[in-house]
Design a protein around this ligand. Structure first.
Ligand code: C5P
Length: 394
């Protein structure tokens, strides 16, 4: 729950993307946020206040002259209690109002009267977005420290294709979480490997390691939320790319090594989470090996390069963090690996509790301390690890 105790005012303006606001409320409340919905009159044409009340668990405000508010100052009361106002979707008209300080309905008035951050997610037809007036208003909003989330390019409800689609609800929630996260790695360049590698035998067969990639992706996300510039070198996995992360997909250990060496010079921190295959097949077959060709088959395996040890051995290495999956004697084996690979920090986890799960527990061994991180979600552990790394590099 990354938004626990956060009070969010969700403003909804008139646009077809208003239907995404329903999903947004659900995701925000799942993250622990308390959501108070304020809708413009136009928004109520697209989605009903009843829907938004049911999802948020709070009565919806649509009117400046709401008799439920005893002092009749909903515009003041609401924003004073909020940690942020998020307007999604934000129409071209609404952006124009904010840019000019207009206050002719409840939502625009409370934005003008706010003493908390304002984040807006524009949604409109591509011509409306490209219009010089809208671009002028967006630039003015930015100059006034309004945070603009999106929009993105894609199919539009009107049938056209272009810039102006509202960000998906899940992306907005990630951006909001990032907004509230302390920037302990601000502008640090972080390089991360994640997932398994896949070593082909022939065009249809291969050997690989068991690894979902979840831990590495969670660390990439936590580092990006903490303000880092993250490059993620990922083996085969179906996981979505975390927001604001540059992802490079690879298959084999050698490809992972090549990409890591291509990026490592600019990295200040290298976190090797990938379960790299220790061996690859010496002679891969360009054609599918026929089962009939031979009854038994023998594979000759050769060792893959150790990416982490190679990076740690560079003349001017980044701060290196390794991961070790063991099935027993965690601390002893982790410390042995830390010394063998000559890295300042090695993170141990038990394969039997970690593999494929959304939860894990970690043992962080470095030259300063042995720090156990008790069982929690991989997202939560990733945040704790990022905080510790930030402390160590100072
Ligand atoms: O030796 P072991 O494979 O257990 O070490 C695990 C650590 O080393 C992980 O951080 C993993 O990403 C890294 N590693 C690597 N290249 C390899 C094997 C492991 O970078 N070929």
């Amino acid at each position: 729950m990354q938004l626990a105790d956060k009070k969010i005012i969700l403003g909804i303006t008139g646009g077809i993307a208003a239907y995404k606001a329903a999903e947004l409320v659900r995701l925000l409340t799942q993250q622990g946020a308390q959501v108070q919905v304020v809708m413009t009159q136009a928004a109520t044409q697209f989605i009903t206040p009843v829907t938004m009340q049911a999802l948020s668990g709070n009565p919806v405000f649509t009117d400046q002259w709401d008799a439920r508010v005893s002092n009749n100052m909903a515009h003041i009361n609401l924003s004073r209690e909020a940690d942020a106002i998020v307007v999604a979707p934000a129409s071209a008209d609404f952006l124009a109002k904010v840019a000019h300080g207009l206050a002719d309905d409840l939502l625009s008035t409370l934005c003008l009267a706010r003493n908390c951050p304002l984040l807006v997610a524009p949604a409109m037809n591509r011509e409306m977005w490209d219009n010089v007036a809208t671009q002028r208003n967006v630039a003015q909003c930015r100059a006034d420290r309004v945070v603009i989330l999106g929009p993105v390019s894609g199919d539009q409800a009107c049938g056209e294709v272009g810039m102006g689609r509202m960000l998906e609800a899940a992306d907005l929630v990630q951006d909001l979480i990032a907004y509230f996260t302390p920037k302990v790695l601000k502008d640090r360049r972080v390089l991360i490997t994640a997932g398994p590698t896949y070593e082909p035998i022939d065009p249809v067969r291969g050997i690989t390691n068991s690894s979902s990639g979840k831990m590495g992706f969670a660390i990439a996300r936590a580092a990006a939320e903490a303000g880092a510039r993250v490059t993620l070198i990922a083996g085969p996995t179906a996981l979505p790319t975390p927001r604001q992360v540059r992802r490079v997909d690879v298959q084999t250990a050698q490809q992972m090594m090549d990409e890591v060496l291509g990026y490592v010079n600019r990295a200040e921190i290298f976190i090797a989470v990938a379960a790299v295959a220790d061996w690859r097949v010496e002679n891969t077959s360009a054609q599918k090996i026929k089962k009939t060709a031979t009854v038994d088959a023998t594979l000759k395996l050769v060792q893959n390069p150790d990416i982490l040890a190679t990076v740690a051995g560079l003349a001017n290495p980044p701060y290196c963090v390794g991961f070790a999956a063991e099935s027993q004697n965690l601390e002893t084996y982790v410390q042995e690996k830390r010394r063998a690979k000559n890295v300042p920090m090695m993170v141990g986890n038990l394969a039997q509790t970690a593999l494929g799960s959304d939860h894990n527990e970690l043992l962080i061994c470095d030259d300063k301390a042995v720090t156990p991180l008790p069982r929690a979600s991989k997202d939560e552990l990733a945040r704790q690890l990022v905080t510790l790394i930030a402390k160590r590099i100072g």
